[in-house]
Design a binder for this molecule. Structure first.
Ligand SMILES: Cc1cc2nc3c(=O)[nH]c(=O)nc-3n(C[C@H](O)[C@H](O)[C@H](O)COP(=O)(O)OP(=O)(O)OC[C@H]3O[C@@H](n4cnc5c(N)ncnc54)[C@H](O)[C@@H]3O)c2cc1C
Length: 462
C-alpha cells in the first residue's frame, strides 16, 4: 500500500485533478451496465494522450498496480470490475478525430471517440462508420470487446474494420500494429490479437478504421410474423439468397411490448423483423421486392414503412434501447444478456429452444437478435439480491449457451467474455487453446496487471 501510494502521489502531482480518488468517481468506474458485481478501483485517471497513458502504465508497472482501461462503461460482461483495485484509466477525454481520408476511406481516432462523435465528424465528407454497439460506446472499448451490432450483417464487425492500432503495453512500451494498407502479410497479426482482448493485453490509445460512403438511399420497414420461427426462417432465407440487406433485427413479441412501453412506440405486438435496405435507388427497390416475396412465403403480416427520417431514427433508437426496455419491466431490475451466435442454418432451432426456456420462468425476459449473422440475445431483468432467481437465470443462460455450442456456435457473438463467460470460453475452446491464450497473456503481461480476472479465471494455471 505504501508503494502504491507512492505511484499515486506521482500521478496526483503530474495530473492534478485529472487523477482522483473521489468515491463517486470510483463507483462510476466499478462496472458496466449489466448484473455483474461491481468492484471499485483505488483511483481513476482521465488520460488525454498516448504519452500520458504510457507514463501512468509505467508508474503502475514499477509498483505492480493493476490497471483497468475504461471507455464509456457500456459493456455487459463484468469487464470493468476492478477485482484487485488499482488504477482505472478513463480514455473518454481522448476524443479527437486525428485524420480522415475520403480518398482512402479510412480515419485515425483517439480511443475515446464515440461512434456517434465520429459519424458527426464524417457526415460532411459523405462517409460513415457503421458498427454500432451500445449508445455512447467508445471506439477503443469497441475494439477491446470486438463489438458488432445492427450493421454487421452488411459491414462486418470490429474484427473486419480495424486497420491499425496504437497500444500501450503492460510495461509502458508503445507499439503500433497494422497500417493503412488494405491488406498486409507482414508478420504476426497483432492488430487481430488486440481486437477482442478486453484490456487484458494492453491499452489501446489510437485506432485506424475503415470507412464507408453513406448509401445513396435507404428504407426501413417493420414486419410482423405469426410466430418467431417464421420471422427467423425469413431472416435465414434472406441471408441464404445473398440479398445485401443493411440491417435485419429480430424483436420477439415480448420485446415489442416492452419497447412500445419504454420508447412510446405503437408496434403491433407480434414477433417482428426490422429491415433496413440501403444502396442505390434501383438496388434498394430490388432488395425490397425480393425480401417481401420471401417474407410473404413465411406468413408475413405486412410491411410497415418508416419513410420519414425522424420515424426511422426513433425506431432504431428504440431498438438500441431494447436492453433497457426489458430491464425497466421491474423496479430496480438489472440486465442479464446472453449473447450466443450460431451458424444461420441452425438459428431457428436455437431461438425456439431459447424461447421455450424463457417460457419456464417468471423473470421478465425477451429475445432480440442481429439475426442476419446468427447472433441473438435472451435478455432478463434480474434482481441480484435474490439468489434463487439468479441461479434460475444462470441455468437458462447455460442451456442457451450449451445449445449454441452443440451446433458449432459461440458463447459470445459480440459482448466478450469478461467475468461472466469464463467457464463457457473454456467449454468452447478447450484447455489446449486456453493454454495458448494464457501463454500470450503471460508473454505480454507477466505480472497480470492488465484487467486481471477477466477472460481467464484467476485459478487457471499460469
Ligand atoms: C443498451 C446496450 C446495447 C448494446 N448493444 C451492443 C451491440 O449491439 N453490439 C455490441 O457489440 N455491444 C453492445 N453493447 C455492449 C457494449 O456497448 C460494447 O461492449 C462496447 O464495445 C463497450 O464499449 P465501451 O466504450 O463502453 O467500453 P467499456 O465498457 O468502458 O469497456 C469494455 C472493455 O474494454 C476495455 N477497454 C475499454 N477501452 C479500452 C481501451 N482503450 N484499450 C483497451 N481496453 C479497453 C475495458 O477494460 C473493458 O474490458 C450494448 C450495451 C448496452 C448497454
Amino acid at each position: 500500500m505504501h508503494e502504491r501510494s507512492k505511484a499515486f502521489s506521482e500521478l496526483r502531482e503530474r495530473f492534478a485533478d485529472r487523477f482522483t480518488t473521489d468515491v463517486a468517481t470510483l463507483v462510476a468506474h466499478a462496472g458496466g451496465k449489466a448484473h455483474h458485481a461491481p468492484a471499485n478501483p483505488d483511483a481513476v485517471l482521465f488520460a488525454e494522450s498516448t504519452e500520458e497513458v504510457a507514463l501512468a502504465v509505467s508508474l503502475c508497472a514499477r509498483e505492480r498496480i493493476p490497471l483497468v482501461a475504461f471507455g464509456a462503461g457500456t459493456s455487459l460482461e463484468g469487464q470493468l470490475s476492478a477485482q484487485r483495485g488499482g488504477l482505472s484509466i478513463d480514455l473518454s477525454r481522448m476524443d479527437r478525430v486525428l485524420r480522415v481520408s475520403a480518398s482512402d476511406l479510412d480515419c485515425t481516432v483517439q480511443a475515446g471517440v464515440t461512434r456517434e462523435g465520429l459519424n458527426q465528424a464524417l457526415v460532411a465528407e459523405g462517409l460513415f462508420f457503421p458498427i454500432d454497439a451500445g449508445v455512447g460506446a467508445t471506439l477503443g472499448g469497441m475494439v477491446a470487446t470486438r463489438a458488432s451490432g445492427t450493421n454487421a450483417v452488411r459491414y462486418g464487425t470490429m474484427r473486419e474494420n480495424v486497420l491499425a492500432l496504437t497500444v500501450v503495453l503492460a510495461d509502458g512500451r508503445v507499439i503500433k500494429t497494422g497500417g493503412r494498407a488494405r491488406k498486409s502479410a507482414a508478420g504476426y497479426d497483432l492488430t487481430r490479437l488486440l481486437v477482442g482482448s478486453e484490456g487484458t493485453l494492453g491499452i489501446i490509445t489510437e485506432v485506424t478504421l475503415r470507412l464507408y460512403a453513406i448509401p445513396e438511399t435507404s428504407s426501413v420497414a417493420v414486419c410482423g410474423f405469426p410466430c418467431v420461427g417464421d420471422a427467423v426462417d425469413t431472416a435465414i432465407a434472406v441471408v441464404q439468397k445473398g440479398i445485401p440487406i443493411a440491417r435485419m433485427e429480430l424483436m420477439d413479441r415480448r420485446l415489442v411490448q416492452a419497447v412500445n412501453a419504454y420508447s412510446g412506440l405503437s408496434l403491433a405486438p407480434r414477433d417482428t423483423l426490422v429491415f433496413e435496405f440501403a444502396g442505390s435507388a434501383a438496388a434498394v427497390a430490388e432488395q425490397i421486392e425480393k425480401v417481401e416475396t420471401i417474407a410473404a412465403a413465411h406468413g408475413a403480416v405486412g410491411f410497415e414503412w418508416a419513410s420519414e427520417i425522424e420515424a426511422r431514427e426513433r425506431l432504431w433508437a428504440a431498438r438500441k434501447d431494447a436492453f433497457f426496455a426489458i430491464v425497466a419491466q421491474r423496479p430496480g431490475g438489472r440486465g442479464w444478456s446472453s449473447d450466443v451466435c450460431v451458424p444461420v442454418s441452425r438459428l431457428s432451432e436455437c431461438i425456439l429452444h431459447a424461447q421455450a426456456a424463457l417460457d419456464t420462468t417468471q423473470v421478465p425476459a425477451a429475445i432480440l437478435g442481429h439475426v442476419g449473422d446468427g447472433n441473438f440475445h435472451a435478455v432478463f431483468s434480474v434482481d441480484p439480491a435474490r439468489p434463487e432467481e439468479m441461479a434460475e437465470v444462470a441455468r437458462i443462460n447455460s442451456a442457451i449457451v450449451d445449445k449454441a455450442l452443440s451446433v458449432g456456435g459461440t458463447c459470445s457473438g459480440e459482448h466478450g467474455i469478461g467475468t461472466g463467460k469464463i467457464d463457457y470460453l473454456k467449454r468452447e475452446c478447450g484447455e489446449q487453446a486456453i493454454d495458448v491464450m494464457l501463454a500470450l497473456k503471460r508473454a505480454l503481461d507477466p505480472f497480470e496487471l492488465m484487467n486481471p480476472g477477466k477472460v481467464f479465471s484467476t485459478s487457471d494455471p499460469r
